[in-house]
Ligand binder design. Structure first.
Ligand code: NDP
Length: 286
């Protein structure tokens, strides 16, 4: 079987093209969508992520603000900046880049972001809204996975999905989203017994583990769809997913590559959330 390669670059480009048009309309109506990104310290990977977000904002015609703070910034100063951005009419989304330095309590910082500007979807109220089925922002990576599956017309209703990973930013919200799509969901983690046996039951396998090439063909039912969220830097400098792409693509019916699968969707969904927030800001003015 030759698996369909799910092209996240293409789907994210289409999404961004549609967003650019919406940004233009909103700007003409008086609200230019604006995203503020806060980076504390000089983590090299975070700097790359922040630059990508800034560039994407600018490419889409959005307003972009990047606040770079020194690594020894006191928590109170960071929260004071968030409160200023909460009150700013130019800003519709606020994102604090993780990881944060040790003196800062991540929960306190995320909790300080106004829920209506929580475009990362990590605020406890946003997560709660997702679980109870209310409207609100959804974390960008799992939301991006759903968009990818939709773009390829992969049915979810009545299907069995296995997620490997139960983090707050990927695994758990992914489970909530798949339940919302009427899939039957199994969430696996490091204590799951007989993992390959469990995942072999699934029509859709989503790997969000952080272990390069762990998910081999043995984990996959013939014809299943495989979504690889993992981004792992190998000692050689190359990127690898959590799925062993070469063996998995021989049994899967469709599979995402790394890079070029889920990765580009995450940033596109961040922009989508920010545009949606700007749309709501405009509606509340009218
Ligand atoms: P975490 O480290 O927070 O969570 C990893 C999860 O995998 C945990 O639930 C852990 O189980 C589980 N796990 C670890 N080892 C095993 C194992 N041997 N067998 C089964 N389960 C295991 O990672 P994240 O969720 O933050 O990220 C996961 C991956 O996705 C990483 O590679 C990350 O870089 C990538 N990522 C990609 C994004 C993108 O934009 N594409 C965005 C965010 C993350 P337990 O809970 O028991 O410890």
């Amino acid at each position: 079987m030759t698996a369909t390669i799910i092209d996240g670059k293409k789907v994210s480009s289409e999404l961004k093209a549609a967003l650019a048009q919406e940004v233009q309309q909103l700007t003409e109506a008086g609200v230019r969508p604006g995203l503020a990104v806060i980076l504390v310290g000089e983590d090299p990977a975070s700097q790359v992520y922040v630059r990508n977000k800034e560039k994407t904002c600018i490419d889409l015609g959005m307003h972009s603000e990047v606040h770079r703070l020194p690594a020894d910034t006191p928590q109170a100063d960071l929260i004071a900046l968030i409160e200023k951005l909460n009150a700013s009419d130019a800003i519709h989304g606020i994102l604090v880049q993780k990881p944060l330095p040790g003196q800062i309590d991540e929960k306190a910082v995320i909790g300080a972001i106004a829920v209506e500007k929580d475009v990362d979807g990590f605020h406890p109220i946003s997560i709660g809204n997702l679980l109870i089925g209310d409207e609100g922002f959804v974390p960008c990576t799992p939301a991006g996975v759903i968009e990818l599956l939709r773009a390829y017309d992969i049915p979810l209703e009545g299907k069995r999905a296995a997620i490997i990973g139960r983090s707050n930013i990927v695994g758990k919200p992914m489970a909530a989203l798949l339940i919302r799509e009427n899939a039957t969901v199994t969430v696996c983690h490091s204590r799951t017994a007989n993992l390959p046996e469990v995942t072999r039951e699934a029509d859709i396998v989503i790997a969000a583990i952080g272990r390069p090439n762990m998910v081999t063909a043995e984990y996959i039912k013939p014809g299943a769809v495989v979504i690889d969220v993992g981004i792992n830097r190998l000692p050689s400098g190359k990127l690898a997913g959590d799925v062993d792409f070469e063996s998995a693509k021989e049994v899967a019916s469709a599979i995402t590559p790394v890079p070029g699968g889920v990765g580009p969707m995450t940033i596109a969904l961040l922009m989508k959330n920010t545009v949606e927030s700007a749309r709501k800001a405009l509606a509340s003015r009218q």
